[in-house]
Design a binder for this molecule. Sequence first.
Ligand code: GLU
Length: 378
Amino acid sequence: MDKDQKALFAKAHRVVVKVGSGVLSFDGGINHNVVASISRQMAALTQGGREMILVSSGAVAAGVAKVGLGHRPASIPEKQAAAAVGQAGLILEYELRFAETGLKVAQVLLTRNDLSHRGRYLNARNTLNTLLSWGVVPIINENDTVVTDEIRFGDNDNLSAMIALLLDADLLINLTDIDGLYDGDPRTNPEARRLDVVHKITPAIEESSRGRAGVMGTGGMWTKIEAAKKTTASGVPMVIACGSQPRVLIDLFNGIAQGTYFVPRADKLGSRKRWIAFTSKTFGEVIVDDGAVKALVERGKSLLPSGILSVSGDFEVGAAVAVFDTYGNELGRGLTNFAADDIRAIKGLKTDQIEATLGSWEYDEVIHRDNLVVTVAS
Ligand code: GLU
């Protein structure tokens, strides 16, 4: 580990750890040794003065074993029912393991809706902060039993990144069944090499991680890269390391390198902007011309009606929308000052034509810079 990374681990006070189904499951059920080892390490770090938050998968895997289904179910009702059975046993097991060290845990089950509305997002944050202030270790999972497509995170990699952003964590550690990110799929390519440090998530990294799903979990490497994009763009580093290595967390905090370290972008995004960029739900899209791309990405300007080519979706004032260039690249996200139909009416116009067109005029900008987060590099 280089000296910057060592300093970061030494200083990291609030840490989110995600454990995936791949490392938690064994022979169709839960790997009790892994649960015990993660709990022991998390407890030791908590008792050493850090605030540790666990995002744990494994509900479906545990349920599959308990009910005796023999394989991960394909149908949604079966998956949701298996999660209901499995989550109870999983949390009980954590409860018992943490209790051996004198610590209490709390079960927090979330859906995407709980974080994509600003009010509920702040509410979830207050509850988690209260738990941490009591010295309780929150154990978070998606509320698999009730989610529908519209309100699901889909995978715990993205959920853990959103939790790291929600709680302004200093670090996200993603524990999986492989010891980091490789430049190919090590299961099929013996030449594949592990990347120890990733400074920038390049298109080549994205490409090679696509389609590499795990057997038991839902994510695989691709969703881990998505999670790393969210956290590093917000100024939070992420590590992918092997969860079955018995001292993985302790070693990391002792300055011993493990897995792959994703270096954060130097500038840390403020909490509201993180929410806009990575947690809010978008209600529509605007496509902007090349002049607007330059203004937004290179010159840090607001989005004006004149640069807008088209709008999709049906949204009200204040909704989060995604901004795209004409090649289909997402430039960023922002909160709009106009409803979708009004943007349709004023797109391409100069700001001094807004009033004549809409009959009223409150804002020059469709998205003001303060409410806009550009997520592509200039
Ligand atoms: N929430 C799921 C579970 O507990 C896992 C989701 C994932 O694998 O990312 O089984």
